[in-house]
Design a protein around this ligand. Structure first.
Ligand code: PMP
Length: 440
């Protein structure tokens, strides 16, 4: 039987989660801003789980909706039939956006949302007679999950090399972030739009008529909280419009209040054709993802299906698409966000958060500080020959000191629940400062 000393015999963990071999960190309970471990230790959640529990933990309304729904309608096969909840949910999600969005495809995770969005983009061109548009464009240091679609368009080179060959015909825009230029500056770097012009170069190389879609995270999260330079996203939109290329924003992290607005799309005032989301959609409770589609995309499929007498049936969907329990969790989550004004709260707290982030300037090992909304990236100088080791040690020590942080390479990433209090913010940054000061 599992004991704290032999856990490795039982579970196949993430490659990154090997720490449990020596010293397992096992969570037993969660409420509001805190986790409690199996040993009874309280840990302040500085990362909203994995960027997902935006309303904090153990929220009664969500728990009750899940319990009531699983008792009433535990499953409905969306391949043949459906149930009322996803219609209401889709309507509420599209109403959270000022752009012209009218349909949502539901799935079970961010990776599935990305794969689905890429397939919707390819199918959209194909049903409109533009079948040559098959090329996809991602961005260096983009993260789009771990499906084959996501790692193909993703900008993590070692992932592509290890699991390749992947999807054919993918290019990557250069990264929007230049360390020397952004170091310690608050807000988005100024030198924006010309970087997006790299898209024109790719278009020239391959011919616009072969390119289906561009996918970017509005703010790259998992690779270290990298802000787009000013004007970058708008210019991408213009170039896509000029060439008939679809623009996809992967909002798996930035959706549902993280930047102080419903979606990053609203924050940056740029409307993509497809928006992927997951995580905050159900406050991290029940797995669910979605692809929000701009008006006209769904209609293209329907026109094609109704009018062309085609014999090919487009097939895409999952056993758990629009699962009743997930949809109920999502509806209750959206209620909590709204009733408690959590997106506005994130916007109000953002300046305090920014001061706290930049208060770390001059702290030992820190070489850059980045923030937007309630996200922060604290970049540390790597230990010579041991990339990631210093940040991982900081993570372990912070956990011991009662604060959950996250690390990606040598960057500490923070993304607390939006219910965070100023005193919690102080605690997070004081803990990080103390740990870094004492760390080799
Ligand atoms: N896209 C982005 C932008 C993400 O941050 C993530 C997860 N961190 C994913 C996709 C993948 O989501 P999941 O882990 O739910 O598959």
């Amino acid at each position: 039987d599992p004991t704290p000393n032999n856990l490795e015999a039982f579970w196949m963990p993430f490659t990154w989660n090997r720490g449990f071999k020596k010293d397992p960190m096992l969570l037993a309970e969660a409420q509001d801003m805190h986790y409690t471990t199996t040993e009874g230790k309280k840990v302040l959640d500085g990362t909203a789980g994995l960027w997902c529990c935006n309303a904090g933990h153990g929220r009664r309304k969500i728990v009750e909706a899940v319990q009531a729904t699983v008792a009433k309608l535990d499953y409905a096969p969306s391949f043949q039939v459906s149930h009322p909840l996803p219609f209401e949910l889709a309507s509420r999600m599209t109403n959270m956006l000022s752009g012209d969005y009218d349909h949502v495809f539901f799935c079970n995770s961010g990776s599935e949302a990305v794969d689905s969005a890429l397939k919707i983009a390819l199918a959209y061109h194909r049903v409109r007679g533009d079948a040559a548009r098959t090329r996809l464009i991602g961005r260096e240091r983009g993260y789009h999950g771990t499906g084959f679609g996501g790692i193909s368009v993703g900008g993590i080179v070692k992932n592509r090399m290890f699991w390749g060959p992947l999807i054919n015909g993918v290019d990557h825009l250069p990264h929007t972030f230049n360390l020397e230029k952004q170091a310690y500056s608050k807000g988005q770097p100024e030198w924006g739009a010309h970087l997006a012009d790299e898209l024109e170069r790719i278009v020239t190389l391959h011919d616009a008529s072969t390119i289906a879609a561009v996918i970017v995270e509005p703010v790259a999260g998992s690779t270290g909280v990298l802000l787009p330079p000013k004007g970058y996203l708008k210019r991408l939109r213009e170039i896509c419009d000029k060439h008939g290329i679809l623009l996809i924003f992967d909002e798996v992290i930035t959706g549902f209040g993280r930047l102080g607005s419903s979606f990053a799309t609203e924050h940056f005032d740029v409307q993509p054709d497809l928006i992927t989301c997951a995580k905050g959609l159900t406050n991290g409770t029940i797995p669910m993802g979605g692809v929000i589609c701009r008006k006209g995309i769904y209609d293209a499929f329907m026109d094609w299906a109704d009018n062309t007498g085609n014999t090919i049936e487009l097939f895409h969907g999952y056993t758990y698409t629009a699962h009743p329990v997930a949809a109920a969790a999502a509806l209750a989550t959206l209620d909590v966000y709204k009733e408690e004004g959590l997106f506005e709260r994130a916007a109000e707290l953002a300046p305090y958060w920014e001061d706290a982030v930049h208060g770390l300037k001059g702290t030992r090992h820190v070489i850059d500080l980045r923030n937007i909304g309630l996200i922060a990236g604290i970049e540390l100088e790597s230990r010579p020959g041991k990339p990631g080791a210093r940040a991982y040690e900081a993570f372990r020590k912070a956990f011991d000191a009662g604060v959950m942080i996250r690390t990606t390479g040598d960057i500490i990433a923070l993304s607390p629940p939006l219910i965070i209090e100023k005193s919690h913010i102080d605690q997070i940054f004081e803990t990080i400062r103390t740990i870094l000061t004492d760390l080799d």
